[in-house]
Design a protein around this ligand. Sequence first.
Ligand code: MLT
Length: 331
Amino acid sequence: MRIHFQPLSFLSTTAFVLCSIFFSMVVHAQEYPNKPITMVMPYAPAGPGDAITRLFAGSMQKILGQQILVDNTSGASGSIGTAKVAKSKPDGYTLLMIHVSHATNMAMYKNLSYHPVDDFEPIGLATNGPMLIVARNDFPPKDLNEFVSYVKANQNNISIANAGLGSASHLCDLLMMKVLGVKLTEIPYKGTGPAMIDLMGGQVDLMCDQTSGTVPPIKAGKIKAYAAANKNRLPSLPNTPSITEAGIKGLDINISFGLYAPKGTPPAVLEKLTTALQQSVADPEVKKRLDGMGISAVSIDQATPAALRAHLKNEIDTLNDLLIKAGVQPN
Ligand code: MLT
């Protein structure tokens, strides 16, 4: 039997298939979202990232008219939850809220199962906030100056918590140890939520954590703050000195969270998500709640894919080098 190739019928079949794909994408985007969305926070509950994710999930679900569930798939410095999003269906129903570890995990984990840039679609930045050096309530030094000399004199007997290699708290710990010229015993957790429980209980001495995790327990008198890990004092804690007031330079950390979807999510779905994120960062209620955590919502022009893409590139370019130079070994 001979098969005759018929160019016209081949072309019309191809056109039909392409039209159907396009049509189903448009219909899908128009209907989106028509079922609950999952927002993955790749650190443990009750930490700074968890508080931020729950706030944005709550705000965006009102805007999008669909429930947004928070999924704390934690461990390995956020890389387990991040991998889960990278491998999920790119339909806008699985999102990732993450900070600096999206960049640093590239340097920390040689065998990452995803690429932070190539496997994700950026939606936009959400927040920006500083960090604080905090301690268990009965840590001996009375003020920042005493803290500096005490830590230098007792470095072999002091423990400092972090949320895993390449986390915000780990970066802050490394920089703090560098500027003070000390080496403390580092204790990794699955997030600063569980680390904070141990700090409040006195099982660990110190932590350098985001204000969204530290301001509430400081104000409740459960831990104490020695300094802002920033050039200036923080409006949320005006009575706490900046580390520079003890003559220490080179520590000025700000941490931003951003929202991502898996690569291949339809552009119209991404656009809806960016618009919802922009409405959230402009919402006075969201701003007020963030203010209570000592952090800020970004401006609307930062809640965009372009701003998050540029932010991630900058963090990959600057921080990974810092971590490798600090001698943090990739696994
Ligand atoms: C968390 O939510 O536990 C933190 O964002 C972890 C960290 O990076 O320090």
